[in-house]
Write a protein that binds this ligand. Structure first.
Ligand code: AMP
Ligand code: MG
Length: 486
């Protein structure tokens, strides 16, 4: 049973539209994430037919008060004053035994008044992509929204062709975005802006209340969460693909898996999204874009930070400058750990840059290079060296690296353990995700998807039977593109 407690629906009515999910023809449960259900305190014992009805929105559970949230957002740099949940509804919120609150949202649940020209639906392929990737991100220990269930609708969705439809049940610690703040700020509605900020502080950053400058603290805490999140994306080779302000969560979770993808070989300019023609959201640009997004957020909060706008601006500017400092620190600490170094971090910057430059020149696989480096602490590792064509250069880098390791005063075993715990063997490689989607959508065969999910569930464990999932594709497709399409 869901025991809903819908705090957002108690906010004023201009925060959302009350709307029920639009019925679908013949919902069928594809997968229900029992482990997640347990984590969030959900005890659902219904059979699959009933779960299909619940997770399509055809059957509303008692206590649910479905709403579509309004928000605005900067999309590729351009401000759109009203976006909102155009194909999603928030069924309600639940709280688990630890007191953590979760939004239960259906994505692909039909039109709302925020749909603009969209059909409110989602093709099954992108639903599967979000399920696989968000759960993989969670297993990689990166803050993210989760996937509770997938349903097929037995309806066709019209994109470039007709595609089978699906609905994803997304679990988030909330769906507050920078865009939610931009919506009220652009209207000049300070009263509701303040209400929203107080709600967000209460829900995500209650410590911010402890001083007189709560909104300043709030901004600083959101910046800190984003700095940490983006550093983690960078350390794992994740490219979000649409870092618009409406896809930037206030809680600091990765949200809105559209054209996201993991990088195979290292190149900071990597872009997969078909709509990102100028590389605004390229891998290497993500920290700058996060700061740009946070600058938009800080503009919204100015009237709350200080009545004197000049004072408010200088406070916000300082916090934003701090974002760069914090990001660099998170990045450097994490990257140093990836190469087994935990002390005198600042001294290792050059060593790291040299490795990354070589990786870029030699198109080394981002994931495997770091994973196999842990075999090279004392010995030669042919798998590590195979990632490089510049044999002499990587050999001299290894000598310098080993000298730095010597200064750590740790055993080989301890260093290796650290490295294996932070450098995954398994990431959701694009060719594997595509194969899972293809088999599911075209052949109604979910076995490859299940196997992939199982492998990705333990990304840091060497799984001898699943080595093939570690490797990049044999024939790399340089034209590989991902599509927003959910
Ligand atoms: P996204 O880029 O996926 O984060 O979506 C941006 C905006 O477009 C959000 O307001 C979505 O709700 C809306 N949207 C995207 N796809 C659809 C669709 N098929 N129907 C209605 N609205 C959509
Ligand atoms: Mg979005």
């Amino acid at each position: 049973m869901f025991e809903f407690d819908n705090s957002y629906a108690r906010l004023p009515e201009n925060f959302y539209e009350r709307i029920k999910p639009i019925l679908v023809k013949n919902p069928k449960l594809i997968r229900f994430n029992k482990v997640l259900a347990e984590e969030i305190g959900l005890d659902l014992r219904e059979d699959n037919t009933k779960l299909g009805k619940i997770f399509s929105g055809n059957l509303l559970m008692g206590g649910s008060d479905p709403i579509a949230l309004v928000y605005a957002g900067h999309q590729f740099g351009n401000f759109v004053p009203q976006l909102g949940d155009g194909r999603a509804v928030l069924l309600g919120e639940i709280t688990n035994q630890n007191g953590s609150r979760f939004d239960i949202q259906l994505k692909g649940s039909g039109q709302t008044s925020f749909s603009r020209s969209g059909d409110g639906r989602a093709p099954l392929g992108p639903v599967i992509r979000e399920y696989i990737t968000s759960e993989a991100m969670h297993s990689l220990n990166i803050p993210t929204t989760r996937s509770l269930a997938m349903v097929s609708t037995d309806e066709l969705v019209s994109r470039e062709t007709l595609l089978p439809g699906g609905i994803l049940t997304r679990v988030a610690s909330s769906h507050l975005r920078i865009g939610t703040f931009e919506y009220f700020a652009a209207l000049g509605d300070i009263k509701n802006l303040k209400l929203l900020a107080d709600y967000a502080i209460e829900r995500h950053y209650p410590n911010a209340k402890e001083s007189n400058s709560r909104y300043e603290n709030f901004l600083s805490l959101v910046c800190d969460k984003q700095a940490s999140l983006i550093a983690q994306w960078m350390q794992i080779g994740f490219i979000h693909g649409v870092m618009n302000t409406d896809n930037t969560s206030i809680s600091g979770e990765t949200i809105d898996y559209g054209p996201c993808a993991f990088m195979d070989f290292y190149d900071p300019q990597t872009v997969f999204s078909s709509i990102d023609r100028h590389g605004r959201y390229a891998y290497g640009n993500q920290p700058n874009i996060a700061q740009w997004n946070l600058a938009r957020f800080s503009e919204c909060l100015l009237p709350l930070i200080n009545d004197d706008s000049n004072k408010a601006i200088s406070i916000a500017e300082e916090i934003l400058e701090n974002f760069s400092i914090k990001f660099k620190k998170y990045w450097l600490v994490g990257m140093c750990e990836k190469i087994g170094l935990t002390e005198n971090i600042e001294n290792h910057h050059v060593l790291l840059q040299e490795l990354l430059q070589l990786m870029q020149k030699d198109k080394s696989d981002f994931t495997l290079t770091f994973r196999y480096l842990s075999d090279a602490i004392k010995n030669k590792s042919s798998q590590f060296e195979a990632q490089f064509s510049s044999k002499n250069e990587i050999a001299s880098w290894l000598i310098k690296w080993r000298e730095s390791l010597e200064q750590e005063n740790k055993s080989e075993g301890a260093i290796k353990k650290l490295m294996l715990a932070i450098n995954p063997a398994f990431i959701p490689r694009n060719h594997n995700v595509e194969k899972a989607i293809f088999e599911a959508v075209n052949n109604y065969d979910y076995s490859y998807m299940d196997r992939l999910n199982m492998v990705l569930n333990k990304p840091y464990h060497y799984q001898s039977g699943n080595v093939e999932y570690m490797n990049p594709p044999k024939n790399y497709n340089a034209n590989y593109q991902t599509f927003c399409g959910t």
